[in-house]
Design a protein around this ligand. Structure first.
Ligand code: XMP
Length: 520
């Protein structure tokens, strides 16, 4: 188990709740570093001096099944304040001699909790009222409190909705303070971390920048580092961070796969080589990619071929540069969690994302992943702190396999040319109408379907262009963006009238789930 030892933190022990990441986000929003670990992986010896408080997350388990999950209760006996949330509250009570039973009335959704006793945890939580709205989601509840615990608040169905053991600094809440539906939920978390754990703020973008530069320098020493620069937000921030930390020992490699957005390669070279003076190697591998993808239409095969070719090109350039020891990657916290390395949770594989795993094993390079504890919005703030332009920082995400996965079926130069134009017009229209920043991600795709149309007096038989624009928090779930009819009409006209090869435009109105954001 490797925890960041350098920063004071609140440790979140994950029992599988869908809200665990939200707890981490809330704590970080309050200016304090927090890290998530799986209850299966954490051992008492991992708890070091940097951990100033522990949060036990919610989870789908029943506390009486906990033996199956081998959670070591000694972790809770190290004189560190503990806040249990929902399941965490139940397990905290159970492990201290209390009892938990199935509730007569399962509570899902909003409930009122009524103040019973004063507590540091609930300072200003109730305001000047006697009750507060909270968000519940539980089937079990604490039915008998352990010794030395007292009730702080109750709901109609949960007598022990907020409890505390002041001496041991154990706190438990039956509801979810991390979700926005709980009124003043953030206040309760803030009381726990600042008043009870007494941790100091250490998580501003400037703190992060200085800390990360220090860590990168320490990790790589005098060695050379290569970094795959895509021009997207994450790799741009990694590149600029390493540029500040180690200057010319960083070698950024930008691969033109031929599957990039229109003019992307020109803009990346302009920004990174000319403006930011980053050591940038431009590789034109268009033909290599297109030849390898010839006649391939299976989405997973496309992804694998592209991923493997990236590795090959990297290896080639790493050899040319000589004595490269490290590879820098823009892995983010959610990537790490999704790839199971942190929480050990059992998320099923939906698509093979090639930016986590894959590369290093084959290349024999050590990884530098300075963003691996950050969420996307934190990366954006860090980027601004590193003097990256707002334009780069607020770009929509673009997948590594690029246009290949926005073109179901086989890939041809003709299709790429058509798609680049359609995407360009769509994105430009979003910018012109002030919509680009209201949308989390947008793109055009070319479907392998031809339909009949009429232009002038002529019958046409051309491709179908699909537009997708979504709103999202983090790409894990998404909703389609609702455009005005006038916008849809104007972009559809623009695309059909300006691009030879498309005679029909459709808009994707599915959310994620059940769809994904990309088509393949
Ligand atoms: P999906 O399609 O899985 O996409 O809903 C979620 C987000 O991930 C991006 N994406 C990728 N990013 N390499 C990347 O760097 C990939 O292989 C990849 N596949 C999807 C996608 O654009 C969306 O933002």
């Amino acid at each position: 188990m490797s925890l960041d030892q350098n920063l004071d933190k609140i440790l979140i022990i994950d029992f599988g709740s869908q809200f665990t990441q939200l707890i981490a986000r809330r704590i970080r929003e309050l200016g304090v570093f927090s890290e998530i670990v799986s209850h299966k992986k954490i051992k008492p010896k991992d708890i070091n001096y940097s951990i100033k408080g522990i949060v036990l997350s919610g989870g789908p388990l029943n506390v009486y099944q906990i033996n199956k999950y081998s959670f070591d209760k000694k972790i809770l006996q190290l004189n560190i304040p503990v806040l249990g949330i929902c399941f965490g509250h139940q397990i905290l009570s159970k492990l201290n001699g209390g009892r938990v039973k199935q509730s007569k009335h399962r509570e899902f959704g909003l409930a009122n909790v009524f103040k019973k006793n004063k507590s540091l945890l609930t300072k200003n939580f109730f305001g000047n009222k006697k009750s507060n709205k909270v968000w519940m989601s539980h089937a079990d509840q604490v039915s008998k409190l352990p010794n030395n615990f007292k009730v702080v608040a109750s709901s109609i169905n949960s007598k022990f909705a907020i409890v505390e053991n002041k001496i041991k600094k154990y706190y438990g809440v039956q509801f979810h303070p991390e979700v926005t539906h709980t009124q003043n939920g953030k206040k309760l978390i803030s009381n726990f971390i600042f008043l009870i754990c007494k941790i100091k703020r250490n998580w501003s973008p400037k703190d992060q920048k200085n800390q990360l530069i220090k860590e990168v320098r320490k990790q790589v020493g005098n060695n050379k580092v290569i970094c795959a620069l895509s021009g997207g937000v994450d790799s741009s921030v990694v590149a600029q961070l390493l540029n500040k930390a180690i200057g010319k020992k960083l070698y950024c490699i930008f691969v033109n796969t031929g599957l990039l957005r229109k003019n992307e390669e020109v803009q990346v070279v302009q920004t990174f080589k000319k403006r930011l003076k980053i050591n940038l190697i431009y590789v034109n591998a268009k033909n290599e990619f297109l030849n390898s993808l010839k006649n391939i239409s299976d989405p997973e095969k496309k992804r694998k071929i592209i991923g493997n070719l990236f590795i090959k090109i990297f290896e080639r350039y790493a050899k040319k540069i000589k004595n490269v020891k490290f590879l820098a990657q823009g892995t983010l916290y959610p990537d790490l969690i999704e790839s199971k390395s942190v929480t050990g949770s059992q998320t099923s594989k939906i698509k093979s994302h090639h930016n986590v795993g894959g590369l290093p094993k084959k290349m024999n390079l050590k990884l530098v992943e300075p963003l691996k504890f950050l969420f996307k919005d934190e990366v954006r703030k860090l980027g601004l702190e590193l003097n990256l332009s707002k334009e780069i920082i607020s770009r929509h995400p673009f997948p590594g396999p690029g246009l290949a996965i926005r073109m179901p079926g086989i890939i041809t130069t003709k299709k790429i040319k058509i798609l680049k134009e359609a995407d360009y017009y769509f994105i430009q229209a979003l910018k012109d109408h002030g919509l680009y920043h209201k949308i989390w991600q947008a793109y055009a795709a070319l479907l392998p379907v031809k339909t009949v149309g009429v232009m002038g007096d002529n019958r046409t038989y051309e491709y179908l262009c699909l537009l997708r624009a979504i709103t999202s928090e983090d790409g894990m779930t998404a909703d389609y963006y609702e455009f005005k009819k006038s916008f849809m009409q104007s972009i559809s006209n623009k695309i059909v009238n300006s691009i030879r090869g498309i005679n029909r435009v459709v808009y994707d109105v599915t959310s994620k789930p059940p769809s994904t954001i990309e088509l393949e």
